[in-house]
Design a protein around this ligand. Structure first.
Ligand SMILES: Cc1ncc(COP(=O)(O)O)c(C=O)c1O
Length: 386
């Protein structure tokens, strides 16, 4: 973790955390598109803000340090970060993706990259044999999430990275659900980490942003070139907001996780609940692997109610917890993956990978846990079909 041994300190002082010129304890918002040059070829380090901006650079240095990478890159959304990373591939290449990935990742491959003859295969990366068998000669990269969205399936990142590297593949991990506070995929052997920083890193549901961190100079040069060429950069003000959000990541995540564990235990015991997916429960798929590679089970929970509960009524009856896309903000949110976050995945694939129409995803916020549980309880009670 760069200069700081402890992540709680690195979150606040990592990367470029202050303004050396003025002593300002926060990096200023350099709201400028261009920079004066002192003469032909005499630049002071910045030429144009698509190529480089000091506020964005401070954020990029911070996330690189937190993830333990060589360099970081900030984009206008998580999808812009993913798109930049997938742009490393060439026509004829194929990427293997886990069976549960964010619907938007599936969509950009299925509907955009296929125009350039960059194809994808879906593999169950929780099963190492199935994963290895899916590596055909044209596969160049593997992209995984662990825990994966929305069934919280856990993939052994170190094992996948090892197998992938034996086949010469690039290993990309979407670390949105965990953040470097809970899991650092580069230390487990991944080559690239991507984030929807819109989620826990920003933490307040007020900014859409994406980050990518790479492990080597070679990858850094390539992504820097793609970032500047395709231009999906994060603006200075949004970079400032993310730096601000990241400073409190540790305290927020501790409370988020504490609440999530209580919510998962509550749901697990509830007679109306058929199934709970939360990697922090000892009987969850991949519990041991997750314990090995992450600090804890994270925050995201999915669950299903029994057939005699109407989930439409459940969503409408919630008073505190809001029905909304996204996750990772201080407020609790729920969503219905099959019609919201994962609607881009065709119904037959959704059914095959277990994203049922009854699945509910909960992003446990940092409100008082008693209020969160009371809200779940009353909405469940109202949704029972008598
Ligand atoms: C795991 C994951 N990855 C990527 C994304 C895409 O990020 P963004 O919405 O910031 O483009 C999301 C968004 O929900 C996500 O949940």
């Amino acid at each position: 973790m760069g200069n700081f041994k402890n992540i709680n300190t690195a979150l606040i002082h990592g990367g470029i955390s202050k303004d050396e010129r003025t002593g300002a304890v926060n990096v200023p918002i350099y709201q400028t598109s261009t920079y004066q040059q002192d003469g032909l070829g005499k630049i002071r380090g910045y030429e144009y803000s698509r190529t480089g901006n000091p506020t964005r650079e401070a954020l990029e240095a911070l996330i690189a340090e937190l993830e333990g990478g060589y360099a970081g890159f900030a984009f206008g959304s998580g999808m812009a970060a993913t798109t930049a990373v997938l742009s490393l591939l060439h026509s004829g290449d194929r990427v293997l993706i886990s069976s549960n990935v964010y619907g938007g990742t599936f969509r950009v491959l299925d509907k955009v990259f296929n125009h350039f003859n960059i194809l994808y295969s879906i593999a169950d990366t929780t099963d190492l044999n199935t994963f290895e068998q899916a590596i055909t000669p044209e596969v160049r990269a593997v992209m995984i999430e662990s825990p994966a969205n929305p069934l919280m399936t856990v993939t052994d990142i170190a094992a996948v990275a090892q197998i992938a590297h034996q086949h010469g593949l690039l290993v990309i991990v979407d670390n949105t659900f965990m953040t470097p506070y809970l899991q650092r995929p580069l230390e487990l052997g991944a080559d690239i980490v991507v984030h929807s920083a819109t989620k826990y890193l920003g933490g307040h549901s007020d900014v859409v942003a994406g980050l990518a961190v790479v492990s080597t100079k070679e990858l850094a040069d390539q992504i820097a070139f793609i970032q500047n060429s395709t231009g999906g950069v994060l603006p200075p003000f949004d970079s400032f907001l993310l730096i601000r959000g990241i400073k409190t990541l540790g305290v927020r995540m501790d409370r988020h996780v504490e609440n999530a564990v209580k919510a998962a235990e509550f749901l697990k015991k509830h007679p109306a609940v058929k199934q709970v997916y939360y990697p922090g429960l000892p009987d969850a798929q991949g519990y041991e692997i997750n314990q090995k590679q992450a600090k804890n089970g994270g925050v995201m929970i999915s669950f299903e109610l029994h057939e005699n509960y109407d989930i439409g009524v459940f969503f409408e009856s919630l008073k505190l917890i809001m029905l909304a896309e996204s996750l990772g903000g201080v407020e609790s949110l729920v969503c219905h993956p099959s019609t919201m976050t994962h609607a881009a995945i065709p119904a037959d694939i959704r059914q095959k990978v277990g994203i049922t129409d009854g699945l509910i995803r909960l992003s446990t916020g940092i409100e008082d846990i008693a209020d969160i549980l009371a809200d779940l309880e009353q909405a469940i009670a109202k949704s029972e079909v008598k």
